[in-house]
Design a binder for this molecule. Structure first.
Ligand code: ZN
Length: 379
């Protein structure tokens, strides 16, 4: 029996025709807690009754994020407008709020706070080149906030009782987010390489030892989002590019882990839950299975809902848990073999039954089921 899993970075809980299937997949995978770090401000209203109920997933929404003019996620908006899914109204002031001068900050923040987000999302992209990229349309979508503004944004957010999450691309962004005092860094630097999804110079993305130490001291939470490289590389897991990504991610994660930085599992994969991220992380070999399970079932739910008694099974915790067919510490694959899901005291019976266990699993099962015990008795 384990606490339900968390997904600390995914945008797929949003108003769309796929939402029913998306929720079902989360429940099937045992992922009950989801953090959406940038969504249309209308999402919570449109999804009312479908999420944040005892029989569905619980979701924390950021609504629109603060970024620089022409910055990420503007390309996502443009794409959605081009394919007719969104209108101009969904862009500036809704899905993202641009702010480049401190004088504009009060109005920009008031607009975001009006939508009553659960936390505030901010964007740093190559912030070491902020001045150079700021007015250059060639960097459309590949820039973000002036890092000099971020400390004041954090101050105002904290004053309003909101935690702050920062998107990062580079190790310099990671540093700037840390010293600005954000509560969460939403990616590991280099999670998607450069703008061509390449890694010509991995050093740009290597977190420094000082920053790992600082992140631990400040208690900053860092969300993984590294498993996306599985889909990026058509040449497969043995290709040179994939090996370079794996090496970079293992290096950064090992450094953070060794310094005791708080980590949370997030996939940022629209077509998945954090289950794929967990499996990718396992393949990197940075964490042992107990550590990985703890990240997924304990640390991540708590990172998503810091005020709730989730990620635990003791007296006083929310009555939410998964029953696995076998011990995940003897075979980690058992995390995918969920036989019972209980959320806040409610048995989730509408979730499709998992496929029947393979015979190999049955043999490994440490505790035979009741009927077999009875049959075996007297032998
Ligand atoms: Zn994201």
């Amino acid at each position: 029996m384990v606490p339900p899993f968390g997904e600390a970075h995914n945008h797929n809980v949003e108003p769309s025709s796929r939402i029913g299937r998306t929720i079902e997949r989360y429940l099937r995978d045992g992922v009950f807690y989801v953090k959406n770090p940038n969504n249309l401000p209308t999402a919570r209203r449109v999804l009312a009754g479908r999420v944040n109920t005892p029989t569905s997933i619980d979701v924390a929404f950021a609504n629109g994020g603060l970024t620089g003019a022409g910055g990420h996620p503007i390309l996502i908006v443009q794409r959605n407008i081009e394919r007719g899914a969104w209108t101009e109204d969904d862009g500036e002031g809704a899905f993202y709020v641009p702010v480049d001068r401190e004088a504009d900050l009060p109005r920009a923040m008031a607009g975001v706070l009006d939508g009553r987000p659960d936390f505030l999302k901010t964007y740093l992209l190559y912030s070491e080149e902020y001045a150079q990229r700021k007015d250059d349309p060639a960097f459309s979508g590949w820039k973000g906030l002036d890092p000099a503004l971020l400390p004041e944004i954090v101050r105002r957010a904290h004053e309003a009782g909101l935690r702050v999450s920062a998107h990062v691309e580079t190790a310099a962004d990671f540093h700037n987010a840390l010293v600005a005092g954000v509560d969460e860094i939403a990616h590991i630097p280099g999670f998607r390489g450069d703008s061509n999804v390449q890694l010509p110079d991995p050093a740009v993305f290597e977190i420094s030892e000082d920053d790992a130490r600082l992140a631990a001291r400040l208690g900053t939470s860092v969300v993984t989002t590294v498993g996306g490289v599985r889909g990026l590389d058509p040449a497969g897991p043995d290709s040179l590019l994939r090996r370079r990504f794996d090496r970079l991610h293992a290096r950064n994660l090992r450094l953070l882990h060794e310094h005791g930085v708080r980590l949370a599992l997030g996939s940022d994969d629209y077509d998945d839950t954090s289950a794929g991220e967990a499996m990718y992380l396992r393949g990197l070999g940075v964490f042992d299975d107990l550590e990985l399970l703890g990240l997924w079932a304990v640390a991540t739910p708590r990172a998503i809902f810091p005020g709730r008694a989730v990620g635990c099974l003791e007296e006083g915790c929310e009555a939410s848990f998964l029953v696995l067919r076998g011990n995940p510490l003897s075979d980690f694959e058992h995390v995918r073999d969920i036989v019972l899901r209980v959320k806040q005291g409610v048995i989730l019976s509408a979730v499709p039954a998992p496929p029947r266990a393979r015979s190999r699993d049955v043999e490994r099962r440490p505790h035979p089921p009741r009927d077999r015990l009875h049959r075996d008795r007297g032998r």
